[in-house]
Write a protein that binds this ligand. Structure first.
Ligand code: NAP
Length: 198
């Protein structure tokens, strides 16, 4: 059973993330994709992050009804700072083999991997997967350490110039987010009054 871990802040989750998950699932023949919203990301100290419970709820709503998708609370529930190595070890402890485990995230996050805690251990735990996004060149992958490059798969997806940042700004300005996020996520953002003051 091949498992893909979709790691992200998901503030909020949007169709770009879902498109990336689905394309990786198909191309790598992954059986199950587990979305793992971050808890309290240490590297995001500059911006107020939406409470983890809201980001978790939106991720649940976005993936509801897709049999191959699920959402994990592991980082949301962790009291201490969250590190990807710990998350991957937790999944390996459930019996998944490293060769069947994939960690998927966006290219801009992947390009900062050398700042992640114990990043050099990640290739032993999983295959790293990244999806390019507009504005970030895959040529920058060349600058990553050899140990990461050898383990990294790049999956091209239809380029959809959308980001959580832009969605938050649109929600704040009342510019509408319909068709950028799943309908239930749009309703959640409105009814919870998220992103009113960024
Ligand atoms: P993020 O803000 O969630 O995402 C960074 C970029 O990647 C954004 O452009 C984002 O797009 C995109 N993205 C996020 N998740 C994606 C996904 N699953 N598929 C495709 N694109 C995705 O980044 P982050 O907070 O840095 O975290 C990304 C992952 O790296 C998390 O799982 C996090 O735990 C891990 N990480 C670990 C450490 C560590 O171990 N110390 C440090 C940093 C990051 P949007 O802005 O549109 O979401």
């Amino acid at each position: 059973m091949k498992v893909g871990i979709m790691g992200g802040t998901f503030d909020p989750v949007h169709y770009g993330h879902l498109l990336a998950a689905e394309e990786c699932r198909r191309r790598l023949d992954i059986d199950k994709i587990i979305f793992v919203p971050t808890g309290e990301p240490p590297h995001k100290s500059g911006r107020k992050i939406t409470p983890a419970e809201d980001r978790y709820a939106m991720t649940l709503l976005a993936t509801a009804g897709v049999l191959e998708y699920s959402v994990s609370r592991t980082e949301v529930d962790r009291k201490e700072l969250t590190h990807t190595v710990d998350t991957l070890r937790e999944f390996l402890d459930t019996g998944i083999k490293p060769e069947d485990l994939f960690f998927i995230t966006g290219l801009d996050a992947m390009l900062s991997i050398t700042s992640w805690f114990d990043y050099e251990l990640l290739p032993e735990l999983c295959t790293l997967v990244t999806v390019p996004r507009p504005g970030y060149s895959i040529k920058n992958i060349d600058k990553l350490p050899e140990i990461i490059k050898q383990n990294l798969k790049v999956i091209e997806i239809p380029q959809f110039a959308i980001s959580s940042t832009e969605i938050r700004e649109r929600a704040r300005d009342g510019r509408g987010i319909r068709f950028l996020v799943p309908h239930l996520v749009e309703i959640y953002i409105e009814s919870a009054g998220l992103y009113k003051d960024l």
